[in-house]
Design a protein around this ligand. Structure first.
Ligand SMILES: [Zn+2]
Length: 674
């Protein structure tokens, strides 16, 4: 029997059919023990709004976890896993979980898996642990934590993924990649995680718009793939370079993953993902002023001192900025995480107090994975470096997977947050998940990827956050670790690394498919300000000025103050809205437009930008409006006002004037008569 109708989420066991149904009001997943083989498998994922179904393939099971040991023994959809225990219980954020304990005769591994659903989200999250039941160690050599399979229904599919910020071998700035799945081919494989080339997200849909999306909660490198062959769609997420010793009786927690349903275009796939991230994964926003307007000292490179920073802080506060970040150069050296006395004769705490007295939060750059070769930590512990070094501003890299190094970094972080009253950490470094094959470290030399992510970086960030309450921004010379584990530990992420106006819009364009807009922050390096520049940085998460403020002219300061006020008035709409990518990726010679739509107010905001496009007019066609409703259209710069129906705005469109090269307009669409 199914649960009472009013429950937003329910998990129901049917003993007669040996099945479990997880459901909310829009979605259900049915897991069942195969009546002939006794193997646990996913029976179906069903969209309860459209009644579309994804079924398991004929003649085989579908199970999300595949583990292989170094000796070849496996645990997979082919294992005869018996259910030895089941628990149905509440989960964080209003979710409900089914926890199953599974084991197979003669298999050294016992599996415990949690399937969780949440109110209003058409997403099934799963996470598993494996426990070594033998009296001796085993080596976990392979983990695929998204091994779902579905019948392909003989349909043709397109896939959609987004690059993250990559510099080598060539620059990739959140470029979206749409590719068809060719039956029988190897399929699509995305290299994800720290230093990988793609965001840890992949969407797929057939020609009718029936779609699935998947995302990984893993900051190390993993290959996320989809393949169509033998009448089935096969998902996979394989941890790279795994060699994880598991002692007798020990348990290993595998990364979690999501699988979600959508119907529609890639914007819809993104929106469903984003709502899930906000409802389930992401840390709550620090306060209602988030995303903040911030200032960062990198306009001075490392030539900072308390006089310069006080001058900037005073002006920043006057402009309405809310967060003041001291970038690289504040410390005695990398690895020497105390303030440079020559630059801060009154102490960094005095600057922090001054910033707080001005009403701003105090942020500090922390490149904890790097250290100068001359730093006292490396003098004392020369062996704490990773074998691969990443040349971040002349530093050498530390192995975060080596436990003594990791624990030292945690102490450094806790101390600096407390000593300098730090509200915000700007994480930085080069490729946070290092490669290290040292035989003298606490991790196995062939297990660097896992040790440096799951047991290194992730522990450092969550432990310092837990002990101090500081909030954390993801950055490693740009957004090169765009995963859903990142989205659990960080309040925002940099997109590209101060790459100019066009680069800023390109980064936001791609990042706002898989991630909510608040995870796309932008560093504005431009010293000369105009509204084309400011509005190229306005859409998304925190807006971070890098200008040398005392050198700005009174006109530029006045413009900055006006634009900051506009940002503050609109940021909640962008933060909570549904993003529509109205044009292709921003490119030279093209007008680009990005929309945010707030369902609860039936209102839209669009930023339209012309850099070098020849035409001085753009016909803006909005999306998501109610066709029969009348809307008022107004502009931030132009004085025209219109009243038009939703149908008119979505089909004929409204003319936006972009009188000059390098101009930008903000368009507001609200129900008429308000
Ligand atoms: Zn190491």
């Amino acid at each position: 029997m199914l649960a009472a109708g009013n429950d937003p989420v329910a998990v129901v066991y049917d003993a007669a059919f040996q099945s479990w149904t997880l459901r909310n009001d829009i979605f259900q997943a049915v897991l069942r023990l195969n009546p002939s083989s006794g193997v646990l498998q996913l029976e179906e994922l069903r969209n309860l709004l459209t009644n579309e179904v994804w079924r398991l393939p004929a003649r085989s099971g579908s199970f999300p976890i595949l583990v292989e040991l170094a000796d070849g023994r496996r645990l997979s959809s082919e294992s005869r896993l018996l259910v030895t225990g089941q628990t149905i219980g509440g989960a964080e954020r209003g979710g409900k979980s089914l926890c199953l304990e599974l084991s197979e005769e003669d298999n050294p591994l016992q599996l415990t898996i949690w399937f969780t659903i949440y109110p209003g989200q058409a997403v099934l999250r799963h996470q598993a642990t494996i426990t070594n039941r033998l009296g001796q160690s085993v080596i976990v050599k392979k983990v695929n934590f998204l091994a779902w399979e579905f019948a392909d229904d003989r349909a043709k599919y397109d896939t959609f993924g987004v690059h993250q910020w990559v510099v080598i071998p060539r620059e990739m700035n959140f470029d979206p990649q749409e590719q068809p799945l060719v039956p029988g081919d190897p399929g699509i494989t995305l290299s994800t995680g720290s230093g990988g080339s793609y965001c840890a997200w992949l969407a797929l849909r057939d020609a009718t718009g029936r779609g699935l999306f998947a995302g990984l909660e893993f900051n190390g490198r993993a290959d996320l793939s989809i393949r169509q062959a033998g009448d089935r769609l096969t998902w996979s997420a394989e941890v790279q370079e795994l060699y994880h010793p598991l002692r007798a009786g020990a348990t290993m927690e595998l990364p979690a993953a999501m699988l979600g349903l959508f119907r529609g275009d890639w914007d819809e796939a993104g929106y469903r993902t984003q709502r899930y991230v906000e409802a389930v994964l992401a840390p709550p926003i620090p306060d209602n002023n988030f995303p903040y307007v911030a200032w960062d000292s990198w306009g001075y490179l490392q030539e900072i001192n308390e006089t310069v920073l006080r001058e900037n802080a005073k002006i920043a506060a006057g402009l309405g900025m809310e967060l003041f970040i001291v970038d690289l150069g504040w410390a005695t050296g990398m690895g020497e995480w105390r303030a440079d006395d020559h630059k801060f004769p009154s102490g960094l705490r005095a600057l922090s107090d001054y910033v707080h007295d001005l009403g701003m939060k105090f942020g500090l750059h922390f490149a904890f994975s790097e250290a100068d070769p001359q730093s006292s930590v490396l003098q004392l512990h020369p062996n704490w470096t990773s074998t691969e070094t990443y040349n971040f501003h002349g530093a050498v890299s530390m192995c975060l997977g080596h436990q003594p190094a990791r624990d030292w970094i945690i102490e450094q972080g806790v101390n600096l947050v407390r000593a300098y009253r730090v509200d915000w950490i700007l994480q930085d470094g080069q490729t946070l998940v290092k490669q290290c094959s040292k035989t003298t470290h606490s991790h196995h030399p062939d297990n660097s990827n896992w040790a440096n992510s799951e047991e290194g970086l992730d522990v450092i960030v969550s432990e310092i956050r837990r002990r101090t309450g500081v909030v954390w921004e993801n950055c490693a010379n740009g957004g090169s670790m765009m995963t859903f584990k990142m989205a659990r530990n960080y309040v925002t992420s940099i997109t590209n690394d101060a790459s100019g106006s066009l680069g800023s819009r390109q980064g936001v364009y791609g990042a706002t498919f898989p991630f909510p807009p608040r995870f796309a922050d932008r560093y504005m390096p431009d010293q000369d300000l105009d509204t084309y520049t400011t509005r190229s940085f306005m859409f998304g998460g925190p807006w971070i000025f890098m200008n040398r403020l005392p050198e700005l002219s009174p006109e530029h300061l006045a413009l900055a103050a006006r634009e900051i006020a506009i940002y503050k008035a609109t940021r909640a709409s962008v933060r909570d809205g549904r993003v529509s990518h109205l044009t292709g990726r921003p490119a030279p010679g093209q007008v680009d437009a990005i929309q945010s739509y707030i369902e609860s107010r039936d209102s839209a905001l669009v930023i339209v930008t012309r850099e070098s496009a020849p035409s001085n007019r753009y016909t803006l066609r909005l999306r998501n409006l109610v066709a029969t409703r009348q809307y008022q259209v107004r502009f931030e710069t132009a004085t025209a006002r219109y009243v038009m129906s939703g149908a008119q705005l979505m089909t004929l469109g409204v003319e936006v004037s972009l009188p000059e090269l390098r101009s930008a307009e903000i368009v507001y669409v609200e129900p008429a008569g308000k």
